[in-house]
Design a protein around this ligand. Sequence first.
Ligand code: 6R9
Length: 640
Amino acid sequence: MAERIPVPAAREGTHCTAAQYEELYRRSIDDPDGFWAEEARRLDWFTAPTRIADWSYDPVAIRWFEDGVLNLCHNCVDRHLPERADDVAILWEGDEPGNVRTLTFRELHAEVVRMANALKQLGASKGDRITLYFPMIPEAAIAMLACARIGAIHSVVFGGFSPEALHGRIVDCASRFVITCDGGMRGGKLVPLKANVDAALAEGTPVEAVIVVCHLGNEIAFNPATDHWYHEMADLDGDCPCASMNAEDPLFILYTSGSTGKPKGVLHTTGGYAVWAATTFHYVFDYRPGELFWCTADVGWVTGHTYVVYGPLANGATTLMFEGVPNYPDSSRFWDMVERHKVDIFYTAPTAIRALMREGDGPVKKHDRSSIRLLGTVGEPINPEAWLWYWRVVGDERCPIVDTWWQTETAGIMITTLPGAHDMKPGSAGLPFFGVVPELVDADGQVLEGAASGNLCLARSWPGQMRTVYGDHERFAQTYFSAYRGKYFTGDGCRRDEDGYYWITGRVDDVLNVAGHRLGTAEVESALVSHPKVAEAAVVGYPHDIKGQGIYAYVTLVVDAEPDAALEQELRQHVRTEISPIATPDIIHFTPALPKTRSGKIMRRILRKIAENEFGSLGDTSTLADPSLVDALIEGRRNR
Ligand code: 6R9
């Protein structure tokens, strides 16, 4: 029996007790239209929707609230002005401790209007794709909200991605505009964002104008043909009304890795995304006015979109944005900030918890954490040891923990316990959120009942579901709806226990989850083979203490290339510049050949097992063209 930890007593007036969850969940399933029409009222609509759900998974067409009209920027900013203009909307802390800036809703409104006017002045309008490339500074959120305000579609590219990766994303959605800043700081090191944009544009893009925010004042190259210093743009203060957006008008594109090919542009639309972000934030974090919410994710990931920016602000919450990293200047940084700012709700990733756990209890205990009321995790499965450390040491066995399972594709939280409602099981995400119908399916597509393990599918649409892959609806249908007809397939394996709790076991496709970052093995492979000395590469994941999964690359070289330490270093560096430091292989294993079937298919199953040090369970190797290769690969693994 897995450990079961009773949830600490709910506070007075909690948004959802166990009994209310049962009732609301039932209603969300029996009467989805009624349920979501009601939840949609947490937003301000210019025209309230009367048509609620309209979707089909075969053929794939998904629409929610389709006759509703709204603007998400209005919902995150303007509508809070009558009641909380002077409340803090964004509390920012820079890389250096104590470098703090606050923006009230009034100030945020003024900033968003300025940025929206800047976009309009340069000719951007409704439906334009605008690429944002930022460190974690308020201007990232301001730029997102400004796009939403004028109806432009933002595509935020993580500031840690290379010029090469940025270039691919700009071209894929044909962005005519980029908003960035001179540079950012992470852990005392400068990230040259503007220089990266320059390098991306040098390869040829449709970009006509780049707005450059001055953040650090570092030296940058300035191209008068395209670049506009934001602080030098004139006439930005006039009013800028919020565009009327149909619920199904696109809100943003966010690129994410899949099992094949280049990253896909996940497209979310305005109404469904807004309802999902606002509703999940309200229930899962049980937010009350005046509380300080801190999600440590970067805005370059979906977690940053939904729980740094849109979810909190749509609820009128104060959101904390942090530019730096958990171990700078030392590994007590998170807890130092919790103490100084009196954080109420703290939401982070298992990889950060594991890294901090390794530093011992000291850095945590020396700071007062009594302000924390609720803890959360997201991004990858959390191992029970890390969960228990989070519970005992960080939360003093006082704060509920929500382990929230969801994906870029889902917009927001899908499986979680609710604080005040559900007992917790370390390592299990818990129960489905309202309207979510998980199904476990075996390899033959058979739906499994009761306690079982299988591939995790979702049987019904929910408002926050992605609508398409930008520019490639066929790929959308193929990727998510072809494995099991009539169901959305998540790509995750999962177990359901006797209490109906879900335990995500990780990806069952060729997607890696490295320190909570999604990466396709195919992406890392194509970066490796783009190096002139590499003939072939096969990349798999292997268990890594801190990162959850590490990257293991098997590489064959062209004739004359020497498999030495210098080349290993060179290949690592090559992947960093092609994709990002987060994609750097942990282990490079040079081999004269890759194990293949007689028909020439790489046998990844065997490579995975060897990388995992599971030599006893390689399964059938008799179909290999050269079975003797396996012994050599095992020998090579042992020496690493
Ligand atoms: C939000 C986000 C999605 C993949 C997902 C799964 C893994 C996320 C998890 C989790 C176990 C959790 N994942 N949360 N696994 N427990 N609480 O991370 O989106 O970057 O698209 O990744 O992350 O494998 O399929 P994204």
